[in-house]
Design a protein. Sequence first.
Lengths: 230, 257
Amino acid sequence: MISATGSAPWDLFGYFADHRAEVLRLLWYHVWLSVLPVVLGLALSVPLGYLSRRYRWVYPPVVSVTGLLYTIPSLALFLLLPTLLGTRILDPVNVVIALTVYTVALLVRVVADGLAAVPEDVTAAATAMGLTRFQRLRKVELPLAVPVIAAGLRVATVANVSLVAIAGTIGIPELGQLFVTGFQLSVNGPYYPPIVLGIVLCVALALVLDALIVLGTRLSTPWRQVEAAR
Amino acid sequence: MTGNVFVWLNDPLNWTGTRFQAGIIDQIGAHLWYTVIALVISGVIGFPLGLFIGHTGRATWLVSVANGLRALPTIGLLILLYVMISPLISGRGDAVYLVPTEIVLVLLALPAILANTYAGVRNVEPAVRDAARGMGMTDRQVLWQVELPNAMPLVFSGVRSAALQVIATATIAAYVGLEGLGRFVYDGLASRDFAQMAGGAVLVAALALVVDLVLALVQRYSVSRGVTGRFSRRAVHSDSREATITELEAAEELSSP
C-alpha cells in the first residue's frame, strides 16, 4: 500500500491519485452503508411513529425500548448482531441493521412528536373537509411534520457517516479502512495522507448528504418559503 | 456461540484477570475513569460557557461551531491525533494513548454539553424571565434561580448524550491501544476468540445502559418537580436522543436571521 508520495498531511492528493480506484470503491461502500439505513429507518419510523401518536399506550413502550437500543454503543451492536441474528461476523449487513436500529430509535420519537405538534384546529379542519384518517395523515399531518422529521433525518444521516467509519476497525470495507491503513503505516513516524483523506471524504460526504436533505425539505415544504418572504 | 459468551462472562479468572491480562473489573474501572475525565473536563468548560452564551446571547457562534464538529468521523480524528501526538510523549504508562483519546472524547462531549446548556437557558419562556425581573431579581439571581433550574432537563439530556458518546468512543480507543472494555473486543477479534469479543461487547452495552440509568436517576431527583411537571411536558421524557436534535435546532436557529 505504501506509495511514492510523501507522508505529510497535504500529500493526500498524491495518495488519492495513487489509490484512486481503491478509494472510490471505499467511498461508494461508505455512501451505501450510510444512506441505506436512513432510508430503511425512515420507512419503519413513520408507521411506528404514527401508531404511537394514534394509540396513546403505544408511545411509552416504543420510546423506552428504542431509547435502550439507542444507548448501546455502535461497536458493541455491530458485534452482537451476528450472535443474535446468526449473520456472519464481518458481514456489512450487521452495520446496515445496527444503523437502521439507531435511525429508527431517533426518528420514531421525532415522528411521533412531530405529528403531535400539528395544531388541533388544522386536523379538525381536514376532518371537516371529509378527509379520511389516512388522507389526513398523508396530505396534512405528515407534510406539516416534515421540518421536524427532517431535523431528525439530518442528525441521523450525519451520525451514520461517522458511525460507518468505526466498522473499518473490525475489517468492513468503507472509508474507515483509510484510517486503519494510515494507522498501520504510522509505525515509524506519522503517515498522514490516508488518514487526512479519509477525514476529508467523510466530512464532505456528511455535508453533501446533509445539504441534500435540506434541499429536499425546502422543495417539499414550499409554503414555508412563502411564509418566510412575508 | 451465545453459549460461549456466557462461559466467558462466567469465568472468574476473566473478572479478576491474570498476570498477563487485566480482568473485567479493572477494565470497567479504567473505562469509567476515562469517561469521568472527559466528562469533567468538558463539563468544566461547556457548562459555564453554555450558561454565559445562553444568558447574555453573546458569542453564539461557538454553538454553531460545536454543531459543525458532528460531521467529523470520530475514529479518523482519534487515529489522526494518535499518530500526531504519540511520538511527542515518551514512556510513562498509557499516557501515549490516553492524551490523544481524551482530546477526542472532550471534543465529542463538549458540543453536547455546551449546546444543550445554551438551549436550556435560551428556551426559558420570556414571560418567566420577565416575571423574575419584575419581582426585582438581579441579573445573577435570574440566572441561578430561574434560568438554571428551568434549563436542567436539557442540561441533563446533554450530559447523558455526552456520556454515551464518550463511553462508545472510549471503546474504539482500544483500537489504538488504550485499556478499557474495548480491549476485550479488539483482542478477541485479533485472536479470533469470539467469545471474548462478544463478551466485551455485552459489557460495553451493559456499562452504557447502567451509566445512562444512573444519570437518569440523578436527573429525576435533582431537577425541580415544578419544572418537569408543570412548565414543560416535553422535559418529562428528556433523554440523550433529545440532546442531539436540540443541538441541531439551536445551531439552525442561530444561523437563520
